[in-house]
Design a protein around this ligand. Structure first.
Ligand SMILES: C[S@@+](CC[C@H](N)C(=O)[O-])C[C@H]1O[C@@H](n2cnc3c(N)ncnc32)[C@H](O)[C@@H]1O
Length: 203
């Protein structure tokens, strides 16, 4: 099964309470976005947004330039249906981030539990090129992955686990680590998954 087919099947067949990564509030992401002054005029791209509630929080704060990208159209359809009229200003992109051709730049790039699926070096390199091309100089990226002591699989797929420093080394020079947080995510069924959240500034 292709990666895209995997994710379409997941979002077509499962309720969000059956998704290990589901969280009612993206508090850890917001904490790091606020650390560098997320404001209503900021543009934000949420990469692999899925059915995350981050967009709900951003809209509630008055942001009007939000792009949601995901490989799964079913995930974005579910988010669009949940938001209803409140989501009218959101830009929707069904794409593989490693092949995305962004036509613009953003103030913020957000990725929770997407980069860690890129186990092939060429996919990581393609992602990093998109990250660099898409972030304004002085823009910020929040990238959350499983921590070194986190699970070895997510949604049944193998993942790479990172510490903030190893993630920074992987992203390379010009994308500077400026803050980090450890977060213990509680799955909907009560198990714990260790995440690292890293905040980078594009120099
Ligand atoms: C574990 S889920 C996390 C969803 C969301 N970020 C959250 O925190 O709830 C991973 C998401 O990334 C998407 N995804 C995985 N690989 C991708 C890729 N190469 N390009 C775009 N989206 C991808 C999946 O469809 C899925 O929605």
């Amino acid at each position: 099964m292709s990666r895209q087919a995997h994710w379409e099947t997941v979002y077509s067949q499962k309720h969000e309470d059956e998704l290990s990564w589901h969280q009612p509030s993206p508090a850890a992401s917001l904490e790091l976005l606020d650390h560098v002054g997320l404001h209503a005029d900021a543009s934000v791209a949420d990469i692999g947004a899925g059915t995350s509630r981050l967009v709900d929080s951003l809209l509630a704060r008055g942001l009007g330039d939000i792009t949601l990208l995901d490989m799964s159209g079913a995930a974005l359809d579910a988010t669009r249906a949940r938001l209803g009229a409140a989501g009218a200003s959101v830009s929707w992109t069904v794409a593989d981030v490693t092949r995305w051709q962004p036509a613009r730049r953003f103030d913020f790039w957000h990725d929770r539990a997407v980069f860690h699926f890129l186990t092939a070096p060429e996919d990581r390199a393609a992602y990093i090129a998109r990250l660099r091309d898409s972030l304004k100089t002085g823009g910020h990226a929040v990238i959350a992955t499983f921590a070194l002591d986190g699970p070895e699989k997510c949604s049944g797929l193998p993942v790479m686990r990172y510490a903030p420093q190893t993630l920074a080394e992987t992203l390379g020079a010009g994308v500077d680590l400026i803050a980090e947080r450890r977060h213990l995510h509680q799955t909907p069924w009560g198990s714990t998954q260790a995440f690292q959240y890293s905040l980078f500034r594009r120099g």
